[in-house]
Ligand binder design. Structure first.
Ligand SMILES: *[C@@H]1O[C@H](CO)[C@@H](O)[C@H](O)[C@H]1NC(C)=O
Ligand SMILES: *[C@@H]1O[C@H](CO)[C@@H](O)[C@H](O)[C@H]1NC(C)=O
Ligand SMILES: *[C@@H]1O[C@H](CO)[C@@H](O)[C@H](O)[C@H]1NC(C)=O
Ligand SMILES: *[C@@H]1O[C@H](CO)[C@@H](O)[C@H](O)[C@H]1NC(C)=O
Length: 620
């Protein structure tokens, strides 16, 4: 009897399994991800009951549980969780006694990646200060703007970045800014040296740790806007603690050794990367700066098992000449965002079987997806389980392609995009999805919000990103608003065109944008490209490739061959400059080519050809 029941249950399960496979081949992926999320929430709840609530709590928890575990490996140094805990206490004690810093003070931190970045940060957290991470690449006016916008009255600067501060010193003095330098001596009387003081401080917590409201602000991170100066986004404690799930959700454990080369002043490295490492109690191999030639060497030397990336980093790696270590490493996971499919293919072909986990996340709000199946292309899934988890999570709205504003009905309500149609990603503001706004900029903060979306009085955060939800419930990133242009009445996606260009073996990098031509509606496509070393531009091959890969309206009509492109910090500004220069030969030093459809080739844009296009003699 028992065997009969058992067999039929088994058969039933098998039928169910087949049914699921046929109807939803991603059932198991979805289920596993859902269970992981649940496990994370359970773990979080269990820790919360022990009083582990904030980012700092989580660090202290690990420092207590596993004090001797290596936490940071940097150059020739290894610091355990205890070492970092004690050193951050020393910093806290120095700031408290020598600088009278106290709870609620805003402190700007301008430092490159180094262990003391973390010790200073945690030290300030222990005093209850709000830290503002400042981008180390910005200068003078932007730097001052950063300090002002977050309201910092104290600045901590790394010894190697003193020159940046010297430029704006008179203004800082006017503002009564206290400037600390992370060094044993001070370069001038305007700076207070920190390390000589820290040496004499106690490594104990000689003060009371702040009582934190989980809904309050934790730190400021600057986001580069599409226009104007960068904005200081407020990051709440809740967002910080949620970010710490990143590596766990990707499947990493406390045994992993995580390699972080991205700058810590960005959210990815500080909250997702370092935070993710702390949450696991894992080890972080920290690099001052990403280096393509050192990357795999470091991975082998430190037995790295997990790396964090952004798209450009992977592109640099696949463009770098072969090094013997690139196959000898034990990296099993690469987690990050912005990896394009052409680069991804090269990446796994060349560097071995590395699992790629591509995520989508924003600095300002708590929206995130993780690509947890093995499907190439999507950034995440809108699965049944995700919907169960929270009934109201995120929505895609129908939008006007000219203005990128959501389309409203006669009653003023927004409309949800259909499956298979690109839509504007928005998320309701709730306790779990906070948007604390930008410091000192109500106008910019308000611009990110949509009101009266589905009913009067509701508020949504507008990500400005276009996503597509397909019939199999995959979510695809389509574009960041502004990354499309219209030509011949069609939408051209700049990312799509640059991906296609990137497939050619002589092109190393391509940035695509639209340029205006007198007498033409919309914008014609233009690509700024960098050629691979020892390769020449082959216009015929390029033309043939475009014919195969793209509709005619998406072909770049102009080509600007550059010796290099800035791909990191100032990418958006760089692109804006390119757009402004257009194909104007008076403004451009680089050779510019024009697509001659009849010759099926790219020809050099000469002065007379330029005149013929501008005057309308040649109509595109
Ligand atoms: C490197 O890591 C692997 C697995 O993570 C482990 O089995 C191995 O013992 C490690 N090797 C060294 C030298 O630490
Ligand atoms: C999603 O992950 C799979 C493998 O894990 C990868 O092949 C694919 O490229 C990823 N998607 C993106 C957009 O990177
Ligand atoms: C351009 O894109 C928008 C948004 O996806 C779409 O509604 C519109 O129909 C597109 N236009 C054309 C001509 O394809
Ligand atoms: C350019 O590409 C075409 C087609 O792929 C090829 O036939 C031709 O030889 C190439 N020209 C040069 C100069 O390499």
């Amino acid at each position: 009897m028992i065997t009969v029941v058992f067999t039929s249950v088994l058969a039933g399960l098998f039928v169910l399994f087949l049914y699921q496979r046929m109807n939803n081949p991603f059932f198991w992926d979805d289920l596993i991800y859902y269970l992981k999320l649940r496990r994370y929430k359970k773990k979080l709840q269990a820790r919360m009951q022990q009083g582990v609530i904030t980012f700092l709590d989580c660090f202290l928890y690990q420092a207590k549980r596993n004090p001797d575990k290596p936490f940071i490996i940097f150059e020739r140094q290894t610091l355990s969780y205890r070492d970092v805990d004690r050193r951050s206490n020393r910093f806290a004690n120095a700031f408290r006694t020598e600088g009278s810093l106290k709870e609620g003070d805003v402190v700007a931190q301008l430092m490159c990646n180094e262990p003391d970045f973390i010790c200073v940060w945690l030290g300030l957290c222990k005093l209850g200060c709000e830290v503002a991470f400042v981008n180390v690449n910005i200068k003078s006016r932007s730097l001052l703007h950063s300090f002002h916008s977050c309201g910092a009255k104290t600045l901590v600067v790394g010894a190697d970045l003193v020159h940046l501060v010297k430029e704006v010193l008179p203004d800082l003095k006017k503002d009564n800014m206290a400037v600390w330098v992370v060094d044993h001596t001070s370069p001038s009387e305007d700076f207070t040296s920190l390390l000589d003081k820290v040496e004499h401080m106690s490594g104990e917590t000689l003060f009371e740790l702040p009582k934190v409201d989980i809904m309050s602000n934790f730190l400021f991170i600057f986001t580069s806007g599409t226009t104007g100066l960068s904005k200081a986004a407020r990051i709440g404690h809740l967002k910080a603690i949620m970010s710490m799930a990143f590596f766990q959700m990707c499947g990493a454990t406390s045994d992993d050794i995580i390699y972080i080369t991205l700058p810590l002043y960005h959210m990815s490295a500080s909250l997702l990367g370092l935070g993710g490492c702390i949450h696991l109690g894992a080890t972080c191999v920290l690099k001052k700066k990403f280096s393509a030639s050192q990357f795999w060497k470091d991975c082998v030397e430190h037995n790295v098992s997990v790396v964090q990336y952004i798209g450009e980093l992977c592109r640099y790696l696949v463009n770098h000449p072969v090094v013997p270590e690139e196959k000898a490493h034990s990296v099993w996971l690469a987690a990050g965002s912005g990896l394009r499919s052409d680069v991804w293919k090269d990446f796994v072909r060349r560097f071995g079987s590395i699992k790629i986990r591509e995520g989508y996340g924003l600095t300002e709000a708590s929206i995130g997806f993780l690509n947890y199946t093995d499907e190439v292309g999507p950034i995440g899934r809108a699965s049944y389980f995700n919907k169960v988890r929270t009934t109201k999570f995120e929505y895609l709205l129908r939008y006007d392609p000219q203005t990128y504003k959501p389309i409203r009905t006669d009653l003023g309500r927004c409309i949800r995009a259909q499956k298979g149609e690109a839509g504007l990603l928005v998320a309701p503001l709730t306790a779990m999805n906070q948007f604390l706004g930008y410091a000192g900029d109500i106008v910019q903060s308000e611009k990110k919000l949509l009101r009266d979306v589905f009913k009067t009085g509701d508020i949504y955060f507008n990500t400005g990103d276009l996503l597509l939800h397909d019939h199999r419930n995959f979510l695809y990133f389509r574009d960041r608003v502004g990354d499309t242009f219209r030509w011949k009445g069609e939408n051209v996606s700049t990312t799509e065109v640059s991906e296609v260009l990137g497939l050619l073996d002589f092109i190393q990098e391509a940035t695509v944008y639209g340029v205006t031509i007198p007498g033409h509606e919309g914008r014609a496509g233009m690509a700024a490209v960098v050629l691979k070393q020892d390769h020449k531009l082959n216009g015929t091959e390029l033309y043939n490739h475009l014919v195969k890969a793209l509709p005619a309206y998406a072909w770049p009509r102009f080509l600007r061959v550059q010796t290099y492109l800035h791909v990191t910090e100032t990418f958006k500004q760089q692109k804006m400059k390119l757009v402004q220069e257009g194909f104007n030969l008076d403004l451009i030093q680089d050779p510019v080519y024009f697509l001659d459809i009849f010759q099926k080739n790219y020809v050099l844009l000469t002065g007379s050809l330029y005149q013929a296009i501008v005057s309308g003699e040649i109509h595109l």
